[in-house]
Design a protein around this ligand. Structure first.
Ligand code: HEC
Length: 505
């Protein structure tokens, strides 16, 4: 007897609570316009448009599923623990509206109830760029098959150093460009690799990046860095687009155009990237047994000066599950800077803090990244699961969280930059071990004098031991003159000292 009463009460409260019918034009169209149409319209990144009653109602079932499980709109950071700018999230009531609309039979309602559809700027979103470069040749993306990761070199041929405020990317075949990261290469290696396999660009991640200018994710509009901030673009650098393609069912040719916006002068404070762990987790000995469902990578970094945090982003591949970066402030409070409860390789957004976030000197950043290498993980690229180690292919793993910030005091940049260099140098654990075992620190002055054959106080490439030459130059040769000058040797000493104190701790 209980059930009918319960059900009728439920129906009563249901009907009295939601007496109004849900219609497309009054209730659904505003949600679609505000949260979906930036990507789901002709010429934008999503595979189909959602701009009319017909288009939305045809897809209604899938839409309820994807908004309900939070797959759409795509947004992976926990916005309740950290407040970010431009959060793409529907709230509970909005999600419920979709379900109610479908359950009640997808009523169209009165077109007059629909708000004016938004207008979108055609052309450059940030106005005419200072420099426009286009891929020399189009790259063919097949109709179907696996996703493609490919790098394209765009020579900039700048004869003076520049500062970049923003980059806007315009794909020619928007529907297949999933995302693109902007790297710099000042060594000419990317140019050498370009076209080697007979097609424009090259694959793999193994070229040495001399800098980064951010990236493009569909639906995220280009933005200028706040205040007078800008990223360095040294003369002679090539821009390398690292693009992820997602075949669309139709053969496409992509020839990306990039617009670059320069700052008029050098910024008063320099941006610094702090990656925890550094090197995309290269030094963490990531080695995940097949079937392991909760493999954890954890690393910390202590901030040596007061830093204002600007943005945060994560990087990992398929089997990563969760990511979290916390900041333990010297006063004992803890801030969550990034919490991603359901990592998705396809949506590697950069999240900008909505409120000024000051991390005082002595703040300890902690990254915890978890991986599920079991067959229960639907994103596992291997079936059955296989042992997965650190590597550059998307079927390998990586893991790190990058915080971008500026020192509160401009003069503190050098010490912030140096401590991140030491942190990166520690990646060479193998090298470090060898040095540790030989108690190299005590003997270092003697070793350097011994190595410095021409006695000029610097170590030229040919003076470095062959076995370590590449690793040492890669990490320490800041001015890239293929030799270690006294200040670069000092960085090495600092690093060894920090290892020594770690050993003694
Ligand atoms: C930031 C861009 C963006 C926004 C905003 C966005 N989408 Fe999408 N959507 C995509 C892309 C890209 C795909 C295809 C790739 C994929 O499935 O990840 C997609 C796929 C879909 C799919 C197909 C999923 C499937 O499993 O076949 C549906 C349905 C969808 N979106 C609905 C919506 C709805 C409804 C909204 C708004 C509430 C929305 N999207 C907002 C970019 C976006």
């Amino acid at each position: 007897m209980k059930t009918p009463l319960f059900v009728s009460l439920l129906c009563l409260s249901y009907t009295s609570g939601y007496s109004e019918e849900v219609t497309y034009h009054r209730d659904i169209a505003p949600l679609i316009q505000n949260h979906c149409m930036s990507c789901h319209r002709p010429g934008a990144s999503a595979p189909f448009p959602l701009t009319s009653f017909e288009e939305v109602s045809r897809k209604a079932k899938t839409i309820t599923r994807v908004v309900d499980d939070r797959y759409m709109p795509p947004w992976h950071a926990n916005h309740e623990l950290t407040s970010f700018q431009d959060v793409r999230r529907l709230d509970e009531d909005e999600v419920a509206l979709f379900t109610r609309w479908v359950d009640a039979g997808k009523l169209e309602g009165n077109p007059a109830d629909s708000p004016e559809p938004p207008t979108y700027t055609e052309g450059w979103q940030l106005g005419e760029p200072d420099m426009v470069v286009t891929m020399a040749l189009p790259y063919d993306v097949p109709a179907d098959g696996p996703d493609i990761y490919r790098n394209f070199v765009l020579p900039l041929d700048l004869d003076e150093d520049k500062w970049v405020k923003a980059i806007e990317l315009r794909p020619s075949a928007r529907s297949v460009v999933h995302h693109s990261l902007y790297f710099l290469d000042d060594s000419g290696t990317a140019r050498k690799l370009d076209g080697k396999d007979g097609k424009p660009g090259f694959r793999g991640m193994s070229f040495r990046k001399s800098g980064s200018l951010g990236g493009y994710v569909p639906g995220v509009s280009a933005r200028k860095l706040p205040g007078d901030l800008a990223r360095p673009l040294p003369k002679g650098s090539d821009l390398v687009l690292s693009t992820h393609f997602h075949p669309s069912g139709k053969r496409e040719a992509e020839q990306t155009t990039v617009g670059i916006y320069f700052a008029e002068k050098a910024p008063s404070r320099q941006l610094q990237e702090v990656q925890v762990p550094p090197g995309f987790g290269r030094g963490m000995k990531i080695d995940i047994p097949a079937g392991e469902s909760n493999y954890i990578v954890k690393d910390t970094f202590e901030i040596p000066v007061d830093v204002e945090a600007i943005s945060v982003s994560g990087h990992a591949h398929y089997i990563c599950e969760t990511m979290r970066m916390t900041a333990a402030l010297p006063d004992g409070t803890e801030k969550v800077l990034l919490d991603i409860p359901d990592w998705d390789l396809d949506w590697q957004d950069t999240y900008y803090f909505a409120e000024p976030t000051i991390l005082p000197e002595g703040t300890v950043l902690t990254s915890v990244i978890s991986y599920d290498n079991s067959s229960a993980n639907l994103d596992n690229p291997h079936s059955p699961p296989q042992r997965i180690k650190w590597g550059r292919e998307s079927t390998d793993e990586m893991g790190s969280i990058t915080l971008i910030g500026v020192p509160v005091e401009a003069d503190d940049y050098t010490s912030l930059n140096r401590s991140t260099k030491i942190q990166r140098a520690q990646i060479f654990t193998q090298l470090g071990k060898e040095l540790k075992d030989t108690q190299v620190l005590d003997r270092l002055p003697v070793i350097i004098r011994f190595l410095d054959k021409n006695k000029d106080g610097s170590l030229q490439a040919n003076e470095l031991p062959a076995r370590m030459r590449e690793a040492l130059l890669l990490r320490l040769d800041e001015d890239k003159d293929k030799s270690l000058n006294p200040s670069e040797i000092q960085t090495l000493k600092d690093w060894l000292e920090s290892m020594e104190s770690e050993k003694n701790a």
